[in-house]
Write a protein that binds this ligand. Structure first.
Ligand SMILES: NC(=O)c1ccc[n+]([C@@H]2O[C@H](COP(=O)([O-])OP(=O)(O)OC[C@H]3O[C@@H](n4cnc5c(N)ncnc54)[C@H](OP(=O)(O)O)[C@@H]3O)[C@@H](O)[C@H]2O)c1
Length: 471
C-alpha cells in the first residue's frame, strides 16, 4: 500500500471548500491527472454519490469509479475509487482556521492488484509528486482569483475566419474551450437569480447547474401546467427546487409589466437576471399587442423586463449581473432599425430572429456604458448550436444536417452558468461570450452598424413601447 498525505490551507470557508470538493466532478479543474469526470448518480451530492473519472495514463487513460462512503458536512469526506489495477481510498478532512480559512488534509491510500505493488513502488516518487501537484491545484482552484476574461490570440484568429468561427459553434468548439477553462469554485449559495425560459432546453440546464451551485432561483415560465413537472425534475436532479416560479408570456409587454410588479412587491434584491426565453418563429404573427412576435419576445421583452427590474439590482453591495442570451445567427445581420419589425409579406423567421438578437447584442453594449457607475455588469452570450426542443421544433432540417456536431443543452448552457457564477465574469461588461471567452460581435465588417443607428436603438425601443401602451 502507498499512502499520500498532503495538507493545504485556503482562504475560503469550510462550507465552500466542502461543497466544492464533495462534487468530485471538480477534480478535472484541480487534479492534473484527471481528464474527465462525470456524476453517475442522480440527485444531490451526498453519501452514495458516484463519479466516473478517467485519469491520465497511457493512450486511453485509466477509468475509475469513485463513490462517497462517508459524507459529514463541513468536516469529512471519504471516497473510494476503483480501477482495474488499483483501489484508492481518499480521506479528506476540513478544519476551520480563524473566521474564513480552512485547512484541508487529504490522505490517499493506494492498494494495487495482481502483484502490481512492486511496479507501483518503483513509481512512488512520481506518484507523490502528482499528489503534491494536485493539492497545489486544489489550493489554486479554491483561491478563486482567476484573472479578468480575455480572448486568446488563437480565438481571435478563429474569429477572423468564417469557417473556423462557425466550427466553434459545434461541440468541437465546446471541447476545445473546456481544455482552457480555469476552475470555477465561486460559491453562489443564496444568490438570487431570476431566469426566464427555464422550462426547457438551455434554461432548464442552466437551472440545474445553478441549483447545484446553491443559488436561490426565481424561474419565469409561461405554461402553468409545466410548473409541477419542472420542479419535480429539478428536485430529482439536484435535491433542490426553485424557490419561486412566476408565470408570464414574455411576448406580451403587459405580462412583462405584471411580472416586474410582482417581483417588486416581493422586494427581494436580484443578483443575476438571465434573459434566456426565446424562440424562432417560422411563420409571421403579431402578438395581441400588435407587435411582430420575434421582436416582442427576443428584444422588447428582455429590454423592458431588465429596465423595470433595475431598482432590484442596484443598491446592494455585490455587483449585479445581467446576462442576455443571443444567437450566432445575429452575425448574419446588421442593426437597421427600420428593418427590425418585419412585415408579413417579407417575413423570414430566421432573419427576424437574427435581427432581434443583433439588436439585443448592441443593447448589451449600450447598457454596459450606461451602467458603468451602477455596480451592474451586463454581457451577452451565444450558446453555439445546441440540441434543444427549440431547435428540434423550429429548425428540423438544420438539426438533421448538424445532429452529429450539435452540443448538448448542458454544453450550450455552460457559459450562461459561468457568467452567472464565476467571480471573474463579474469583472467584465458589454462583451459577447462563447465558451467562457469574449468573442467578436462581427464576423464580417458589412454587419457593423453606424454610430447613429446604435444611438437610436433605445429611443426606438421606447417609442415602440409607448405605441403599444397607448393603443
Ligand atoms: N439551442 C440553440 O442552439 C440556440 C442557439 C442560439 C440561441 N439560442 C437561444 O437560447 C435561448 C433558449 O433556447 P433553447 O434552444 O433552449 O429553446 P427551448 O428549448 O425552446 O427553450 C426556450 C424557453 O423559452 C420559453 N419561451 C418561449 N416563448 C416564451 C414566451 N412567449 N414567454 C415565456 N417563455 C417563453 C420556452 O417556454 P416553453 O417551454 O413554454 O416553450 C422555453 O422555456 C433562446 O433565447 C434562443 O434564442 C439557442
Amino acid at each position: 500500500m502507498i499512502t499520500l498525505n498532503e495538507t493545504i490551507e485556503v482562504p475560503r470557508t469550510v462550507e465552500a471548500c466542502f461543497r466544492y470538493v464533495a462534487d468530485f466532478r471538480t477534480t478535472v479543474e484541480w487534479d492534473a491527472t484527471a481528464v474527465k469526470a462525470r456524476k453517475v448518480t442522480r440527485g444531490p451530492v451526498g453519501l452514495g454519490s458516484r463519479f466516473a473519472l478517467v485519469c491520465r495514463a497511457g493512450p486511453t487513460g485509466i477509468p475509475l469509479m469513485y463513490s462517497i462512503d462517508e459524507f459529514t458536512p463541513w468536516q469529512c469526506l471519504v471516497l473510494t475509487g476503483k480501477s482495474r489495477w488499483f483501489t484508492v481510498k481518499d480521506v479528506i478532512t476540513f478544519e476551520p482556521v480563524g473566521h474564513s480559512s480552512t485547512r484541508i488534509t487529504y490522505t490517499a491510500h493506494f492498494e494495487y492488484r495482481y502483484g502490481l505493488e512492486a511496479i507501483a513502488s518503483r513509481n512512488e516518487t512520481a506518484l507523490r509528486k502528482m499528489g503534491k501537484a494536485s493539492l497545489r491545484g486544489l489550493a489554486k482552484a479554491l483561491a478563486d482569483d482567476n484573472p479578468s476574461p480575455s480572448a486568446l490570440l488563437e480565438t481571435k484568429r478563429k474569429d477572423s475566419n468564417l469557417i473556423a468561427a462557425l466550427r466553434c459553434f459545434t461541440r468541437y468548439g465546446y471541447s476545445r474551450g473546456r481544455k482552457l477553462w480555469r476552475p470555477m469554485s465561486t460559491d453562489i449559495s443564496g444568490k438570487h437569480i431570476v431566469l426566464t425560459g427555464a422550462s426547457s432546453g438551455l434554461g432548464y440546464s442552466a437551472a440545474v447547474s445553478l441549483l447545484e451551485a446553491g443559488a436561490d432561483l426565481t424561474l419565469i415560465i409561461r405554461d402553468k401546467t409545466k410548473i409541477e413537472s419542472m420542479q419535480a425534475s429539478l428536485e430529482q436532479a439536484t435535491g433542490r427546487c426553485a424557490s419561486a416560479v412566476e408565470l408570464a408570456d414574455l411576448s406580451l409587454l403587459s405580462d412583462v409589466r405584471a411580472l416586474a410588479d410582482k417581483l417588486h412587491a416581493q422586494a427581494k434584491p436580484i443578483d443575476v437576471l438571465i434573459n434566456n426565453a426565446g424562440a424562432l418563429f417560422n411563420d409571421f404573427a403579431e402578438t395581441q399587442e400588435g407587435i411582430e412576435r420575434s421582436v416582442a419576445l427576443l428584444l422588447l421583452s428582455p429590454w423592458k423586463l431588465t429596465e423595470l427590474l433595475l431598482p432590484l439590482m442596484t443598491g446592494h453591495d455585490a455587483t449585479a449581473r445581467v446576462i442576455n442570451v443571443v444567437s450566432g445567427g445575429m452575425y448574419t445581420q446588421k442593426l437597421k432599425l427600420n428593418q427590425l419589425m418585419m412585415e408579413a409579406e417579407h417575413y423570414k423567421g430566421s432573419v427576424a430572429y437574427a435581427r432581434a438578437k443583433r439588436a439585443l447584442t448592441v443593447l448589451t453594449e449600450l447598457w454596459s456604458e450606461q451602467w458603468r457607475e451602477d455596480n451592474i455588469v451586463v454581457n451577452s452570450m451565444h450558446p453555439g448550436w445546441a440540441d434543444t426542443p427549440g431547435v428540434q421544433s423550429a429548425l428540423p432540417g438544420f438539426r438533421r444536417l448538424t445532429q452529429r456536431v450539435l452540443r448538448s443543452a448542458e454544453e450550450g448552457a455552460d457559459t450562461i452558468v459561468w457568467l452567472a457564477r464565476a467571480s471573474e465574469a463579474g469583472l467584465v461588461s458589454g462583451k459577447l461570450f462563447l465558451d467562457r471567452e469574449p468573442r467578436t460581435t462581427h464576423l464580417q465588417s458589412a454587419t457593423t452598424e453606424s454610430t447613429e443607428e446604435r444611438m437610436q436603438l433605445i429611443p426606438w425601443l421606447n417609442r415602440t413601447y409607448e405605441n403599444v401602451s397607448t393603443n
